[in-house]
Each structure stands twice: as structure tokens, then as C-alpha cells.
Design a protein around this ligand. Structure first.
Ligand SMILES: Nc1nc2c(ncn2[C@@H]2O[C@H](COP(=O)(O)OP(=O)(O)OP(=O)(O)O)[C@@H](O)[C@H]2O)c(=O)[nH]1
Ligand SMILES: [Mg+2]
Ligand SMILES: [Zn+2]
Length: 368
């Protein structure tokens, strides 16, 4: 069977054989439900308020989302994300319209800061560059959370430590990070302003791969994007912004997730700095993401060991205390997340009653 005509065109957009198969399968399965006419695959490079920007192998084009697709996604609490493959067709006026979304091979999904809503940040990525600044930004506890986040989605983590030019202790920091990594993961130290920054990241930027940049505002995600697309200094470059004096925090310069092509053939997704990252995982899923700890736990003396000071604990014996503390924190949080809405309401009532009592107490003291 020869490859479809569009396949060659879409290679530069990260089309892998697995994506190609998923697209062909989905095309065949939805064809009977659509008005007749040719459908073409394209990749979502930006999700905008009223439409999406897609790349069809020729260039970026705006595409309206067919109401049926929007409604179906919405009903499932879902939405298109950058990196999604969609099937588009030109309407009578020559305008592109997205009719279907190919089921993504993976997605990075987080919970909204409050409530139960879930948001897909990106879809169909191979690798996440977890970008951390070696200035004020460096924080192993937060890194542990990002690692859990991408492992849960089956995405390969590569920790990129930027601002090497501003840090004297880069090798020590990199070693700390390495102690938390698993086989297949890596840590790289770069100066993102250096035109050669890309060389160190080459192993993950081969044709057909998609990489997403994640990290706090101001760590250099857009600066790296420009280094890797070769657009630094040009009008097409991503905007970058200075960090605050004093605490080195960014000012949320990037406001949209966007997918970029690189000369090496990989696709790169730049994202706005994440303020908070709430995992979308219950305790069981998270425990399985820490398979090494699970394996160790089997050797603890007590079957229900919480690795919290019990005698004969194999996990505490093997893990660095600070890493264990960070992982325990994530697990506790996941257990809290798994509470039912009822538990939450009961908690809320309790808190309200407590604050009422405190207020009454203060008022009484005021009268004394
Ligand atoms: N010295 C130095 N400065 C860097 C490095 N990487 C980024 N910067 C600077 O850090 C500032 C923030 O960089 P950005 O690329 O805008 O950061 P960002 O992660 O895209 O930030 P948001 O878009 O706000 O999420 C800019 O002033 C960059 O020039 C680096 O490796 N070394
Ligand atoms: Mg940016
Ligand atoms: Zn234990």
C-alpha cells in the first residue's frame, strides 16, 4: 500500500507512522456520517477564541470548527488542543473547516485550579522539555510535580536547565535533578541565548518528533524556541520578555500555545508559563507512575507501610529523604483529589463552622 498523498507533506509537521495510521482509520470511520467530499488532515498549531489555526503541509490557515465537532467535544468536557490532528475540508466559499478530530495518541491534561474541569494543554507529543531556570526559579519540589505530570501521560521528560551563564553551581544542580530521573529521561544545561543551545537538544529534535516546552514564566521557553527554530532576531520570532529584578520571575510574555517547525524536522510547542499545575490523576494512577517506589514498598515490613517512619521500611532506606517527601506530598494531594464531592462539602461545612466559632470568640473578647 502506498502512502497517501498528504503523508509526505505532513512529515515536517511531526507526522509519524502511528499518527498516519490513526488518521487513515479515523477518516474511514467517520466518512459515512459526513456530507460527501474530500477530507484532508492538518495539525492544530494554535487554538484561538473563534477558530483554530491549522497547518496543512502548505502553510498556516484559519479553520472554523464545525458546530457538530465543537458540540461533540464540548459534551465530553473536551476541546481541541495544539498538536491535535484534525480533518478539514473547504466549504463552498473556499474557507477551511475542521470536521473531525483524530483521537490523540496522548495528551497532557491538567485540572483547573479550582473545581473538576480538565484542560488538555497539548496533544500528540513525544517529549516534554521541562524548562527550569538556574537562577531563582530552580525548585526540585516543583520539578517532581512536572515529572509526574508528563510520566502520567506517557511522555518522555527532558529537564532543560537554562541560564547556565548566570549560575556557578550548574553541575551540582544537574546532578540533583539526575537523581530524580528514570531511565529514558535526561537533564541538559544550556544558555538559551547562545545560538549553539540547540546542539545539546538535538537528540530529541529529529524529524517526526514533537516536543513541548513547559515551565514557569521567565525561564526562557520562548528564547529556546527561537534558538531551535533559527528565528532568533527575526520578525517571526516568538516574543520574549525581561524578568523582574529581585525575584527573577517572568511577566507572562507568551499568552498562547503555538506549534513551530524546526530546521531539524521536529515540531516545537511553546507555551505560556504555568502558574499552578494541578495533576489529573487519582492516587492509584500516581502510585503506578512511581513504579520504582511501588516495587520497593513490596519489601517493607508492614503491608500498609506509609513510609513515614515505620520500622523496616524499604522505601525510606532506598530513597533520598527530600525526594520521598516530595512524592509523598503529591500522593497526599492525589488522595485529597479523589475525595467525593460529599466529602468536600462536609469539609467546607466544618471549616465554615470553625470560622464562625472563631469570629464569635473574637467578638466575645472584644466585649470583655
Ligand atoms: N542570561 C540568560 N538569560 C536568559 C536565558 N534564557 C532566557 N533568558 C532571558 O530570560 C527572559 C525570559 O525569557 P523568555 O524566553 O521570555 O521566557 P518564557 O519562559 O518564554 O516566559 P513566558 O513567556 O512569560 O512564560 C528574557 O529576558 C531572556 O532573554 C539564558 O539561558 N541565559
Ligand atoms: Mg514565552
Ligand atoms: Zn515503607
Amino acid at each position: 500500500v502506498s502512502a497517501p498523498a498528504w503523508a509526505e507533506r505532513l512529515r515536517a509537521l511531526g507526522l509519524s507512522p502511528a499518527h498516519e495510521a490513526a488518521i487513515l482509520h479515523h477518516m474511514a470511520s467517520i466518512a459515512p456520517d459526513l456530507p460527501p467530499g474530500p477530507l484532508a488532515p492538518a495539525r492544530v498549531v494554535e487554538v484561538r477564541r473563534g477558530d483554530v489555526l491549522v497547518h496543512d503541509g502548505g502553510g498556516d490557515v484559519a479553520a472554523a470548527v464545525a458546530p457538530a465537532l465543537r458540540d461533540a467535544l464540548c459534551a465530553a468536557g473536551d476541546a481541541l488542543a495544539v498538536g491535535d490532528w484534525v480533518l478539514v475540508r473547504r466549504d463552498a466559499h473556499g474557507d477551511q473547516r475542521a470536521w473531525a478530530r483524530v483521537p490523540p495518541l496522548n495528551r497532557l491534561v491538567r485540572r483547573a485550579a479550582e473545581g473538576i474541569a480538565r484542560h488538555a494543554i497539548v496533544a500528540n507529543v513525544d517529549t516534554a522539555f521541562l524548562v527550569n531556570g538556574l537562577d531563582h526559579d530552580f525548585n526540585l519540589r516543583r520539578l517532581e510535580r512536572y515529572l509526574a505530570f508528563v510520566r502520567l501521560a506517557g511522555v518522555q521528560a527532558v529537564v532543560v536547565l537554562t541560564k547556565a551563564d548566570l549560575a556557578a553551581d550548574a553541575p551540582a544542580r544537574a546532578a540533583e535533578v539526575r537523581s530524580r530521573l528514570r531511565p529514558g529521561e535526561d537533564v541538559v544545561v544550556v544558555n538559551a541565548l547562545d545560538p549553539l543551545a540547540g546542539a545539546a537538544l538535538r537528540p530529541w529534535l529529529a524529524a517526526g518528533r514533537t516536543v513541548v516546552l513547559l515551565g514557569s514564566s521567565g525561564v526562557g521557553k520562548s528564547t529556546l524556541t527561537n534558538a531551535l527554530t533559527g528565528l532568533a532576531g527575526s520578525a517571526a520570532a516568538q516574543a520574549t520578555g525581561p524578568v523582574r529584578k529581585g525575584d527573577g520571575r517572568g511577566r507572562h510574555t507568551t499568552t498562547a500555545r503555538t506549534l513551530h517547525l524546526t530546521p531539524l524536522g521536529a515540531c516545537l510547542i511553546d507555551t505560556p508559563g504555568l502558574r499552578t499545575l494541578r495533576l489529573d490523576a487519582d492516587a492509584t494512577a500516581l502510585r503506578s507512575a512511581y513504579g520504582d517506589i511501588e516495587t520497593l514498598a513490596a519489601a517493607c515490613r508492614f503491608r500498609d507501610c506509609r513510609h513515614d517512619g515505620e520500622p523496616g521500611c524499604a522505601v525510606r532506606a532506598a530513597l533520598a529523604p527530600d525526594r520521598l517527601r516530595d512524592v509523598q506530598r503529591l500522593l497526599r494531594e492525589a488522595r485529597r483529589e479523589t475525595w467525593t464531592a460529599l466529602d468536600r462539602r462536609a469539609q467546607l461545612q466544618q471549616m465554615k463552622a470553625r470560622s464562625r466559632a472563631a469570629r464569635a470568640h473574637l467578638a466575645a473578647k472584644g466585649r470583655e
